[in-house]
Unconditional design. Structure first.
Length: 376
C-alpha cells in the first residue's frame, strides 16, 4: 500500500507540476488600444435568472466597445419567473443604442442550453460568436480585449477566464478556490499544448468553425458540456486555431452558489459529463485528481491503524499541499484575489471529502437544476 500511495502521489506531482510550468508559459496579454474591427454576436441563454439579469444588463450597457460592432442575442430557455418582465422593462427604458434581441428557445434535444445556444447562433448576424451566462457581470473592455487578441493572433476559438465575485463567507471562498484551481488547470494545460477545459461563461469562436465541427452534434444527449465538448471537437480538427486569452481586462465574474446543497448540485452537474470526455489528457487529469484526493482519505485511515507509516502519509500530504498551493496561488495572483488564500488550509482538508462525494453522486445519482430533473 505504501508503494501504491507513493506512485499515485508521484503521478499527481508530475501532473500538477506540468500545469504549473504550463501556467507560466501562457503570456499575459496587454491591450495596445488598436482600432476596433471585429463584429461580435453575444449569445446569452437564460432560465429563471430574475435575481441576476439586472446586473448583467447594466454591465452590458457599460461595455466600451463601439455599439455598431456588436449585438446581444438573449435566448429564453423556458423561464417561469420574472426574467422576461425584467428584460422587457430594460428594453423599454434603455437609453443606449445597443442592438438587443430576445428569442424563445426551441427544445430539440436533452440539452436545453445547447438548444438555446444553437438557436441564438443561427439567428446571429456577425461572424464572431461570444457566449456568456445570464448570472455574469461583464468587464467594460471585454469585447475590446477579444478584438485586439483576434487582430494580433488570428485565432478562431478563444478561451478566457472566469471567477467568482464574493469572498465574505467561507463557502464563497471555498468555491472561489475550487474554480480558480480549474482556471489554473485550464491555463496550465494550454501552456503545455494540451487544452482540455474551458468555460462557456467566457468564450468566443467563429461561426465558421462552429459549423465546421457541426456544432454540438454528438453531445446533445448530455445535459451540460456545451463548452468543453465543443473545445474537444475544435482542438481535434483545428488545434492551431485554439488559444487562451490570459488577460485581466477580459475577466468575467459570476456569483457563487448560496448554499452547500446548491454547490454540490452544480458540481455534480459539471462532473456528470466527464465520463464522456474524449480528450485523453483530460481523462488522465480527472482520474489522477480523484485518485489523489480519494487516496488521501484512505491513506489517512491506514496511517491511523498502522497499515502505512504515519510519516509517509504526512509526506504525501505535504507534497499535495505544496503543489496545490502553488498552482492556486499563481491563479489568485493573476486574478487579483489572493485574499482567498487565507482559507486555503481549511479548504485543502475539506476538498478530498467534497470531491469524492461529488464524483460518486455524479455516477450514481441524477440531479435537479433550475427546476428540471436530469436522470442518470
Amino acid at each position: 500500500m505504501t508503494l501504491i500511495a507513493i506512485i499515485i502521489t508521484l503521478l499527481y506531482l508530475s501532473l500538477i507540476g506540468s500545469l504549473i510550468y504550463g501556467f507560466d508559459k501562457v503570456p499575459e496579454f496587454s491591450l495596445r488600444d488598436l482600432k476596433p474591427k471585429t463584429k461580435f454576436s453575444v449569445v446569452i441563454p437564460f432560465r429563471n435568472e430574475e435575481t441576476q439579469l439586472t446586473a448583467l444588463m447594466e454591465s452590458i450597457s457599460k461595455l466600451n466597445y463601439p455599439k455598431d460592432l456588436f449585438e446581444i442575442v438573449m435566448v429564453d430557455d423556458e423561464s417561469d419567473d420574472e426574467s422576461n418582465n425584467i428584460l422587457d422593462t430594460y428594453l423599454l427604458h434603455k437609453n443606449s443604442k445597443i442592438d438587443i434581441h430576445v428569442l424563445k428557445t426551441i427544445r430539440k434535444t436533452k440539452s436545453p442550453k445547447k438548444d438555446a445556444l444553437t438557436l441564438g447562433i443561427s439567428h446571429s448576424k456577425h461572424d464572431w460568436i461570444v457566449t456568456t451566462d445570464a448570472d455574469c457581470v461583464l468587464p467594460p473592455f471585454w469585447l475590446d480585449t477579444f478584438d485586439e487578441f483576434i487582430q494580433r493572433h488570428q485565432p478562431e476559438f478563444v478561451v478566457a477566464p472566469v471567477t467568482y465575485s464574493r469572498l465574505d463567507k467561507f463557502l464563497y471562498r471555498f468555491q472561489l478556490l475550487d474554480i480558480l484551481s480549474l482556471q489554473g488547470t485550464t491555463i496550465g494545460a494550454f501552456g503545455i499544448g494540451k487544452p482540455m477545459l474551458c468555460n462557456g461563461a467566457n468564450l468566443t469562436y467563429t461561426k465558421n468553425i462552429f459549423e465546421a465541427v457541426h456544432g454540438f452534434e454528438g453531445n446533445t444527449h448530455i445535459a451540460s458540456g456545451d463548452d468543453v465538448f465543443l473545445l474537444e471537437k475544435v482542438t481535434r480538427q483545428y488545434p492551431d486555431k485554439v488559444k487562451f486569452l490570459k488577460c485581466k481586462q477580459v475577466l468575467v465574474t459570476t456569483s457563487p452558489q448560496q448554499s452547500l446543497d446548491d454547490l454540490i448540485t452544480q458540481r455534480v452537474r459539471w462532473a456528470a459529463k466527464t465520463s464522456s470526455y474524449s480528450n485523453w489528457f483530460g481523462k488522465l487529469t480527472g482520474i489522477t485528481v480523484f485518485l489523489m484526493n480519494g487516496g488521501l482519505m484512505v491513506f489517512g485511515l491506514m496511517a491511523l491503524i498502522g497499515i502505512i507509516k504515519l510519516n509517509i502519509f504526512l509526506y504525501l500530504l505535504i507534497i499535495k499541499f505544496g503543489v496545490d498551493f502553488l498552482l492556486i496561488f499563481k491563479t489568485t495572483t493573476f486574478i487579483n484575489q489572493k485574499e482567498a488564500m487565507t482559507s486555503f488550509p481549511f479548504a485543502f482538508l475539506l476538498y478530498p471529502f467534497f470531491i469524492v462525494y461529488v464524483v460518486f453522486a455524479s455516477v450514481f445519482k441524477g440531479y435537479r437544476w433550475k427546476g428540471r430533473d436530469y436522470i442518470k
